[in-house]
Design a protein around this ligand. Sequence first.
Ligand SMILES: Nc1ncnc2c1ncn2[C@@H]1O[C@H](COP(=O)(O)OP(=O)(O)OP(=O)(O)O)[C@@H](O)[C@H]1O
Ligand SMILES: O=P(O)(O)OC[C@H]1O[C@H](OP(=O)(O)O)[C@H](O)[C@@H]1O
Length: 201
Amino acid sequence: MAGKLVYMVGPSGSGKDSLLQALANDLPHDCVIMKRVITRPENSPGEVADSVSMQSFEQIEAQGGFAMSWRANGLAYGIPKDLDRHLGEGKTVLVNGSRSYCTHVSQLYPDVIIVLVAVRPELLRQRLINRGRESLQEITLRLERNRCLEQVLHNKLALRQISFFLLDNSGDLSLAVEQLRDKLETWCNARIQSEKSTFLS
Ligand SMILES: Nc1ncnc2c1ncn2[C@@H]1O[C@H](COP(=O)(O)OP(=O)(O)OP(=O)(O)O)[C@@H](O)[C@H]1O
Ligand SMILES: O=P(O)(O)OC[C@H]1O[C@H](OP(=O)(O)O)[C@H](O)[C@@H]1O
């Protein structure tokens, strides 16, 4: 039984982690959220992740401990191999991902659903400042990275015909959470239906 990978991407500050944290309190049946391994100092505000040194990260990576890993914003990010076990068990698995890694993910997991979290540009900077995790200089670099990646990503997704769902998080967080939850229910049900028809045919 094969599950479904839901790969969440969007500019830094668009709210991927907030959406996942809110969903975690009321997760649809058979859905799992992957905890990331990041070379970010422990106790950084925001996302609960496993903090490791770059040396440990590279060791885990070399030993094949990650289902996927990428570098961005001066950090390294890894998704543990458990991802594949969850998918094998038929779960719908949510991953907080990177736009620069989308094409690679769609090659590794052809059925992936990409959720593209968007937020009005004028809100992004303020949200990053309010979060208070990065310095102003780092925030400027993240916004710059966003400008460069945005168009490239849209073109890549269209060109490779990768299906994606655009989720606007410019308004109240609870509205976007509700939309994402509804979509997850739809994807889970569609998967169960298709499994039933395969079984019956
Ligand atoms: N709908 C919303 N309204 C107001 N503030 C929000 C909303 N969604 C998220 N935020 C706030 O915006 C900031 C950035 O959100 P978050 O850390 O979830 O973004 P992210 O996409 O995970 O960013 P990164 O990729 O850098 O980890 C946080 O301080 C969060 O509390
Ligand atoms: O800009 P792109 O490639 O989409 O994303 C790069 C990475 O940066 C962000 O992480 P964080 O803000 O360091 O937690 C994203 O979650 C992603 O993993």
